[in-house]
Design a protein around this ligand. Structure first.
Ligand code: AMP
Length: 344
């Protein structure tokens, strides 16, 4: 997809343009995992330094699959805590829960009225989730339309996401384009953005890391179960003294995604895969290296999370403030859209 003219391929605006607005979200449908961090959260943390940021906890979306009220209530707060622990700064980022900005559902309706069935039929998420055994409900089917409302409501310029979400951003752009063509220039067309080192992160079974595959790694898990989890990552049976292909190994790919391609530890690990040192180098050694690197990389976040969990009122205050700000923006967009289509 071509980026909008207001941003370049790195998601930066030309110097004369106003600060671009980024928007993204994450579903509270399970524990935040390393795939979420690598694909999405780390770029949100980086971008909030230079861009106006909006991040939301996608609770209406989670309702399509999470059917236990207490579980959902808990997960909304927990994901918000995890985001702040990982570096989302409420002083820089407007952090809110989707359910506190109900205007997005009205916007989703307006968008659904310009959405051809054929476009909704394309949604990969519906096919993916129903293939995994989730109920084929209409919320799941129309998920990309609500997501378009999430994105278009606050007039966002850039949507930083993992690769698996690109199609949904394209649908949001298509819907905005259709609405604009019919009623005039109501919506900005946003651009998606991937992290420069973005890849779809594999889980412990080598497939895409995903809450619904039960193959995730939780950066906040206690040390002992975390080590056990990492030791259970799939690997082939190449003996310790034989060269191994790092690019096809889940342990190495996770290490590289988290530490970074240019990190000396990644370079050293890759060398050991390709040329095992005297005495050999096995997957067990690589997993131990991954475990130690993860503990180091997320040490500060783990401490911060423990502090935040001791003070639940703080996260509620952050979410309430965020929602107050987001609602004003989304209401203005909905009113603009209502006027344009004849509902005023
Ligand atoms: P979700 O958990 O589906 O709400 O996704 C939240 C964000 O994490 C989205 O931007 C996804 O693209 C990203 N994400 C989820 N799983 C992965 C993965 N295995 N690799 C990279 N990014 C991911």
């Amino acid at each position: 997809m071509a980026a909008t003219s207001r941003v370049d391929s790195q998601g930066k605006a030309p110097s004369s343009a106003p600060m671009p607005r980024i928007l993204s979200g994450i579903q509270p449908s399970g524990q935040l995992h390393l795939g979420n961090w690598a694909g999405a959260v780390r770029q949100w943390v980086e971008l909030q330094e230079t861009q106006e940021s909006f991040i939301f906890v996608a609770s209406y979306h989670a309702l399509t699959t999470v059917k236990k009220p207490e579980e959902l209530r808990h997960a909304v707060r927990q994901i918000a805590v995890d985001l702040v622990a990982l570096g989302i700064d409420p002083a820089r980022t407007c952090l809110y829960a989707q359910q506190d900005v109900p205007e997005v559902t009205e916007l989703a309706w307006l968008l659904s009225c310009v959405c051809p069935m054929s476009l909704a039929d394309k949604g990969v998420s519906f096919k993916d989730k129903t293939a995994k055994g989730f109920e084929a409900n209409l919320g799941l089917y129309t998920y990309p339309i609500l997501q378009a409302a999430d994105i278009l409501g606050p007039d966002s310029d850039i949507v930083p996401v993992g690769k698996d979400q690109i199609q949904h951003i394209e649908i949001a752009r298509d819907l905005a384009g259709k609405f604009n063509a019919l009623y005039g220039e109501v919506f900005k067309l946003p651009a998606w953005r991937l992290h420069p080192e973005s890849d779809v992160l594999p889980g412990i079974d080598g497939q895409k890391m995903s809450k619904s595959y039960g193959n995730t790694i939780d950066p906040f898990q206690d040390e002992k179960p975390l080590r056990k989890r990492i030791m259970s990552i799939v690997s082939d049976s190449t003996p310790v003294d034989q060269p191994k292909d790092p690019d096809s190994d889940a342990t190495f790919r996770i290490f590289r995604a988290v530490a970074g391609k240019a990190d000396p530890r990644t370079i050293e690990l890759e060398r050991k895969y390709r040329e095992p040192p005297a005495g050999g180098f096995g997957y067990g050694h690589a997993k131990q290296a991954l475990f130690e690197m993860l503990l180091e990389r997320f040490a500060a976040a783990r401490t911060r999370r423990a502090q935040l969990m001791a003070d639940p009122a703080e996260i509620d205050r952050i979410l309430a403030q965020g929602a107050q700000r987001a609602r004003v923006l989304v209401r203005a967009t909905v009113d603009r859209a209502r006027r344009a289509c004849g509902l005023a």
